[in-house]
Design a binder for this molecule. Structure first.
Ligand code: NAP
Length: 552
């Protein structure tokens, strides 16, 4: 494609949106609603983001469909029918396609197009976005809606390329049923949420299944099942009230069956009763208001371990499937009604890597310190270079040519999870130091995109200055993130992707803001209402439309 060069200082469009998952689709719509010209780029061949790529068998959301959806449009809430209280991947992707079509933003997206770089032009104040198709687009505002879990972790195991059989990643599973595992010997590496979901599906068809587990995870029952028609009717009555209510909560949602007791206020019999009720009602993770306190958390963790062990018949396997090394919530807990029982089948075997580590992947299979296991297929459920990985995958340069990689060399730093000092008018929804995966990502996408476009509206109304957070605000937000993480059991002591510990050499910074959705939302809008005191505003380069610049 021929490169288009607009006159100096003139943008090709007001906004570029990268990515077309929950945040990207809504950002494109918001831009159009506000009369801004917009271009979208998506590396996949369809919308969906995370829900486009993670098309592995068994993939489903463990946040309820009542909550894990858009609420900005009453029509969309009323016209879409979820088939399950916890929808599967294909249904969520269909939903996102439905929303993108309804919002008429599909036409704005260039698919199969990766954004390679984003460079800030200091003389014009524009962002110059370069794509894999050779196009360069200059815009006033760049919204990188690239997701938190979109950069697969490269397997850090010797011999990966030597394997003679088929290899698949859960994070980029081939589409349209092209993978046939019938009668095959399959090894699955990884037992996080993806591994826990894919293993039972593979076990339905494969001849032999070997699950290579480095760290066991908590696995609790799902809340899947038919939608409750009364609840659906209630949501549809006043979607905007639901939307407002979500923003008043800690997690950005109102899950069904949430307990309101305080564990430490119950006597021994009351605790036992409440734990069992929560387990049977599929809301153990949400059962107690004080579940974050160490004593309550320890008791809940022990209870879950017992329930997990009871589902597995072989004592060695039961013992090894239970997480003894971290408290409940230290890592992202998994949900499944069938994972643990899968190990009761004769053709499914757990390989406990702490006892017999993988030495090497060899042409015929996987060699551990104890044996070589012959395999036809290896499935990597090994996770993501989370949060900063997708940001580093784009060559981003801000003021003075400073790269984002340098700015984040010691770990992500930003203010309110969306903007980075040195990178004016660049927005990063779903990124570091936002409620992120500890909240409902669908609600977060709407909230952040609203905040971003309310910010853009403010900037446009004030002569389009450049906006960036002050270093002091970033430092304050880092301290806030740490302060709340310290209150969360296991957050700072467990090796998890929350803190970059799953990637060798990655800076260890706890990357999720645990102060709760409500506090996060209020802090964002306090900034906007007060004219961005935590930011620096630099005067616009356009003569006659200037603003009094101020420091934050
Ligand atoms: P993950 O939670 O990071 O799990 C990766 C797994 O691979 C871990 O068990 C890890 O072991 C293992 N692993 C990584 N490298 C390894 C190696 N070299 N050798 C052996 N084992 C290795 O990734 P994920 O399961 O894809 O989930 C990521 C996140 O996506 C979740 O936490 C969740 O937020 C989201 N997700 C949500 C759902 C849902 O809603 N139901 C489903 C899927 C994913 P260690 O633990 O020892 O590092």
């Amino acid at each position: 494609m021929m490169e288009h060069q607009p006159p100096t200082g003139q943008p090709d469009c007001d906004v570029v949106v990268v990515g077309s998952g929950f945040a990207g689709i809504y950002a494109l719509w918001q831009a159009r609603q506000r009369g801004l010209s917009v271009r979208g780029f998506e590396r996949g061949s369809d919308v969906g983001g995370t829900w486009y790529w993670n098309a592995y068998p068994g993939a489903r959301c463990d946040v309820e469909s009542y909550n894990y959806a858009y609420f900005f449009s009453d029509d969309i809430v009323r016209d879409w029918n979820w088939s399950d209280a916890c929808a599967g991947q294909a249904e969520i992707q269909r939903y996102l396609r439905f929303v993108a079509e309804r919002c008429e933003v599909v036409k704005d997206i260039a698919f199969n197009t990766q954004v390679l770089s984003a460079r800030f032009e200091e003389d014009t104040g524009l962002w110059s976005i370069r794509t894999s198709t050779g196009e360069t687009v200059r815009c006033r505002y760049a919204v990188l809606a690239i997701g938190a879990l979109s950069d697969p972790k490269a397997p850090d195991i010797p011999g990966v390329a030597d394997f003679a059989g088929e290899a698949y990643f859960t994070s980029s599973w081939p589409k349209h049923g092209t993978v046939d595992l019938h009668g095959k010997r399959v090894g699955v590496i990884g037992t996080g949420s993806s591994g826990v979901q894919v293993v039972p599906e593979i076990a339905k068809v494969a001849a032999e299944v070997y699950v290579f587990q480095r760290t066991a995870n908590y696995v609790t029952p799902t809340r899947a099942g038919p939608m409750d028609p009364k609840l659906v009717a209630a949501l549809r009555e006043d979607p905007q009230a639901v939307r407002r209510a979500f923003r008043e909560t800690y997690g950005g949602h109102v899950p069904q069956g949430m307990g309101d007791e305080r564990f430490l206020e119950l006597d021994a019999a009351g605790r036992e009763r409440a734990l069992q009720e929560a387990w049977d009602g599929n809301y153990i993770g949400l059962a107690f208001r004080d579940a974050y306190l160490p004593e309550a958390n320890a008791a809940i963790s022990d209870f879950i371990r017992g329930q997990m062990q009871a589902q597995v018949t072989d004592p060695w396997t039961a013992e090894h499937l239970v997480p003894w090394d971290h408290p409940y919530g230290g890592k992202r807990p998994c949900q499944s009604d069938v994972y643990l029982q899968t190990f009761n089948q004769p053709h499914v075997r757990l390989i406990a890597l702490p006892e017999t580590p993988i030495e090497q992947i060899v042409p015929e299979g996987i060699r551990t310190t104890a044996e070589t296991i012959p395999l036809d297929v290896i499935v990597y459920a090994t996770g993501f270079d989370a949060i900063s990985g997708p940001v580093f995958a784009i060559d981003i340069a801000g003021i003075g040519g400073c790269s984002m990689k340098d700015a984040w060399a010691d770990g992500p730093a930003n203010y309110l999870g969306t903007m980075v000092h040195g990178f004016p008018n660049l927005f990063l929804p779903s990124s570091a130091m936002s409620p992120s995966v500890l909240s409902n990502m669908a609600t977060l996408a709407e909230q952040q995109v609203d905040f971003i476009f309310d910010t853009v509206g403010w900037l446009d109304a004030h002569g389009r200055p450049r906006l960036q957070p002050s270093p002091a605000s970033q430092e304050h937000w880092r301290e806030e993130t740490l302060r709340f993480a310290q209150r969360r059991p296991g957050a700072l002591t467990t090796k998890s992707w929350y803190s970059g510990a799953n990637i060798p050499g990655k800076a260890r910074v706890f990357m999720v803001y645990c102060g709760g959705f409500k506090r996060y939302h209020e802090t964002c809008y306090r900034e906007l209402e007060n004219g961005f005191p935590g930011y620096e505003l630099m005067a616009s380069p356009q003569p006659g439309r200037g603003i009094q610049a101020h420091g934050g």
